[in-house]
Design a protein around this ligand. Structure first.
Ligand SMILES: [Ca+2]
Ligand SMILES: [Ca+2]
Length: 142
């Protein structure tokens, strides 16, 4: 069927991690971060979340992700189409000192204008939970 413009997600405003359209392996919980709401957690190597119809009006060159981790952290891969689809970029997530000790981390992406199903795919040690995520936002060139 057809979609209204209001179905589109704006990547240049915060997208709440818990507002996913599909996921594998994660759960949500209330967050102590500014603004309240929820974060996603129970994130392990190979887990992913999907955000449908993210509309990039112009190139994006970076992503900011609000994260917390009480372990050595891990990496978030930004992919399109599927959890193993085209890699658009990634961001490293460090230990932040606790599961509700929040930091904003930045990674490089290369995204052309268009409308995509965006996946965040989590990578790291299979030995422990990797991170919590509250929200993310993309930044345009310049
Ligand atoms: Ca999990
Ligand atoms: Ca949130």
């Amino acid at each position: 069927g057809s979609h209204m413009a209001s179905d589109l997600k704006n990547p240049y405003e915060r997208i709440q991690a818990e507002a996913y359209d599909a996921m594998s392996g994660i759960q949500t919980e209330g967050t102590d971060d500014d603004g309240g709401g929820d974060n996603i957690g129970w994130i392990n190597d190979g887990d992913w979340v999907k955000y449908e119809r993210v509309h990039f009006e112009r190139d994006a060159s970076s992503i900011e992700v609000r994260v917390a981790s009480d372990t050595p952290g891990g990496r978030i891969e930004i992919r399109t189409g599927s959890p193993t689809g085209t890699l658009l970029g990634d961001v490293q997530v460090p230990n932040t000192g606790g599961w509700q000790q929040w930091q904003t981390v930045t990674g490089n992406v290369q995204i052309q204008p268009g409308t995509y199903d965006v996946y965040l795919v989590f990578k790291g040690s299979p030995e422990y939970d990797l991170m919590n995520v509250n929200w993310f936002v993309f930044r345009a060139n310049g």
